[in-house]
Design a protein around this ligand. Sequence first.
Ligand code: NAD
Length: 427
Amino acid sequence: MSSETAHAAARPEEPTESALATARRQLARAAGELDIDPNVVERLRHPAKVHEVTVPIERDDGTVEVFSGYRAQHDSVRGPYKGGLRFHPGVTRDESVGLAMWMTWKCAVMDLPFGGAKGGVVVDPKSLSDAEMERLTRRFTEEVRAAIGPNQDIPAPDMGTDAQTMAWIMDAYSMQEGETIPGVVTGKPPVVGGSYGRETAPGRSVAIVTREACDYYDRSLAETTVGVQGFGSVGASAARLLDEWGATVVAVSDVNGAVYDPGGLDPAAIPAHDEEPEAVTGVDGEALSNEELLELDVDVLVPAAVGNVITEENANDVRADIVVEGANGPTTFGADAVLEERGVPVIPDILANAGGVTVSYFEWLQDINRRSWSLDRVNEELDAEMRTAWNAVREEVDARGVTWRDAAYVVALSRLAEAHEARGLWP
Ligand code: NAD
């Protein structure tokens, strides 16, 4: 399974309230800050389209099983729909719509020419053989073929799907369209048009945003201690880069617990989740629980494992000066209010981990232009895009005195509202 997937017993990304309720609440909060047409806000409360399909496949034993699938397309005012495709038993229509709305905000805050989408198939991928996974992927692709495409809607990996799944989608789509169309999906293997640097991009953006946040709050990275919860694709990449840039990573964790060394760990020497799963607790250092890691007296805390780990119950015990959200939704709504009251800045997920969708955009550009970029170019352009987005959000923080989360949503909504107003309502 790729590092782009997040497996856990619980739904890692599901906030305590539904994804749809969260997305609508954030929309209402940002709208309250802005003088925008309420008719535009009303349009953004609803998805443009939700495709619901049934996906019959032949199991290896010859029986036929029928699965349900969805593709929610929220808003395309700024460009084609973009968002992940997950294979998970908990996929629902409403969850797909809510997560599609999050993608709209994320693409807009990064100023990418995309709107938001999300989808999936209601299935436990562990219950399928590789051949069954391939048949399910190809048939799902055929069922949604008319709705996707490089100029319409571009899926990407998510929970339960990976680079191989994207390669199958690209192949199924291309075979039916009669030409090779790599730009229909991102997160592919580089050999069929995937981008270098895609896997490490979300962690890299977390590190870049941490660097900018330290600069904003007048701390040098050399004097900054960092605790990282989750040593997977996002957490390990972020920890390694921050260490490389001079910060001291004092604690990291996986699902089994944390390791702490006040003198600093060597993140490059600790195996990440996809290199050797759950190896963190074997590392030399003081053993802590995941809960204790969240309460360490560090300068920066990066929750990069699962959602809903900073809650109303433990937010008062968080001693970090800055929280940078690596995971999706690690801070609950209640915890957000506690941290705001305590003056602890929380750099939100839609900005901090947006390196993933940004390098997906780079992959789409490379596919369309039939020209691949070097890893150095990807990383340089990602740095530039992250700094631009950071500065746009920072300006709103400075001008309005709002939280970083509210500022990010204000930036996103202003761009969406302006685009809707410019295009108007058809017909
Ligand atoms: P991953 O599967 O590569 O790694 C997850 C890590 O968290 C592992 O070390 C695992 O042991 C640990 N973990 C799992 N459950 C835990 C728990 N309950 N407490 C503490 N640690 C736990 O996952 P990832 O791809 O790094 O994703 C992590 C988070 O970042 C998820 O919320 C994901 O949605 C989000 N995210 C991922 C990407 C991406 O492209 N990989 C992009 C944006 C956001």
